[in-house]
Design a protein around this ligand. Structure first.
Ligand code: AKG
Ligand code: FE2
Length: 328
């Protein structure tokens, strides 16, 4: 079965876009956006660059090893350790925001030094990938504003300035092994998970695979996207900010046949230092905050620790531990 994911045309007047986004955020937590302004040629260039890199010999790819910036080989991540018998069947390549100039890198553990493959191994890779990164970064900033308006914060610009001065934008290019998944045996291309930040802008190769579990359901539904769309899904911090009114839904990649899949996830998270706590407009005496406040960095560090093999997890050890607990 297919999920009913709302398709939102970004050429509509802002008020209508915001209203549709709010409805989608409350009902399913997944949206598709069209007429988003990212040039299809830029997208095609990034997918070609990604293909060129992932088809290199492993030892060449390992020269760029690292997380969140750089190459992460197969077997490095298990998104649903409780239910998977094998790690995710994927390899990835991460691109991050650099540590803001003049700031202490320890304050920004999820920013970092970008890693690029040698140009001689993949000519033109850097221009193509960074062209895409920049285009989607602009779209992300635009989406942040829509989301802030959808949350009806009193001053959207002030909300963004406070929480997204140096956002954690983490783009991860992904290649999934051409191997059919078998959820009953605990084998998935990507295990069931929710995303961890605010929103994710996902570009896929258009092939099957992405599934979502809607609110109040245990069913897994296929996410269908129109041509040239981005799939946008909400992350956990969005849900915490809105006291569960907006929803961060579990999703997974389930390959039904032995067909390779490529995608690019662009994770948009708040500034490491942002304290994520229930916004006043989403609480009342009868609906008190459901989660304790937590910084973006602490939340992300705990998730890295739970899902990424130790030898690939270079960031979360440096982040102060905070007990992550629901209030109710
Ligand atoms: O590749 C996909 O379609 C989904 C990827 C995803 O959900 C993730 O990496 O968080
Ligand atoms: Fe995800």
């Amino acid at each position: 079965m297919t999920a009913k994911v709302p398709v939102i045309d970004l050429l509509l007047p802002e008020e209508e876009v915001v209203k549709a986004i709010r409805k989608g955020c409350e009902e399913i937590g997944f949206l598709c956006i069209i007429n988003h302004g990212v040039d299809p040629a830029v997208v095609a260039g990034a997918f070609k660059a990604m293909h060129d890199f992932f088809t290199l010999p492993l030892e060449t790819k390992m020269k760029s090893k690292g997380t969140p910036a750089g190459y992460m080989p197969l077997q490095a991540q298990t998104l649903d350790p409780e239910n998977q018998t094998e790690p995710d069947q994927k390899e990835g390549y991460g691109m991050v925001e650099e540590v803001p100039a003049g700031h202490d890198p320890n304050e920004f553990p999820f920013h970092g030094k970008r890693v690029y493959p040698d140009d001689s191994d993949v000519p033109g890779w850097r221009e193509a990938v960074m062209g895409y990164y920049g285009a989607v970064r602009s779209l992300a900033m635009r989406m942040l504003r829509y989301i802030a308006l959808a949350m009806e914060v009193p001053d959207a610009d002030a909300f963004i300035a406070k929480n997204f001065e140096f956002p954690i934008f983490h783009m991860r290019m992904l290649r999934y092994e051409p191997r059919a998944s078998n959820p009953a045996e605990g084998r998935l291309a990507a295990g069931a998970h929710t995303d961890w930040g605010l929103i994710t802008l996902l570009k896929t190769d258009g092939g099957e695979g992405l599934q979502v579990q809607p609110r109040n359901s245990s069913e897994w539904l296929d996410v269908e996207e129109p041509a040239n769309a981005f799939v946008v899904n909400l992350g956990d911090l969005q849900q915490r900010w809105t006291n569960d009114v907006f929803t961060s839904r579990p999703h997974r990649v389930m390959l039904k046949s032995d067909k390779v899949r490529y995608s690019i996830a662009y994770f948009c998270d708040a500034d490491e230092r942002a304290l994520v706590e229930c916004l006043p407009s989403f609480q009342s005496p009868s609906r008190p905050p459901r989660y304790s406040p937590i910084t973006q960095a602490a939340y992300l560090a705990a998730k890295y620790e739970q899902t990424i093999k130790k030898e690939f997890n270079v960031v979360s050890a440096s982040v102060e531990r905070v007990e992550e607990s629901a209030v109710v």
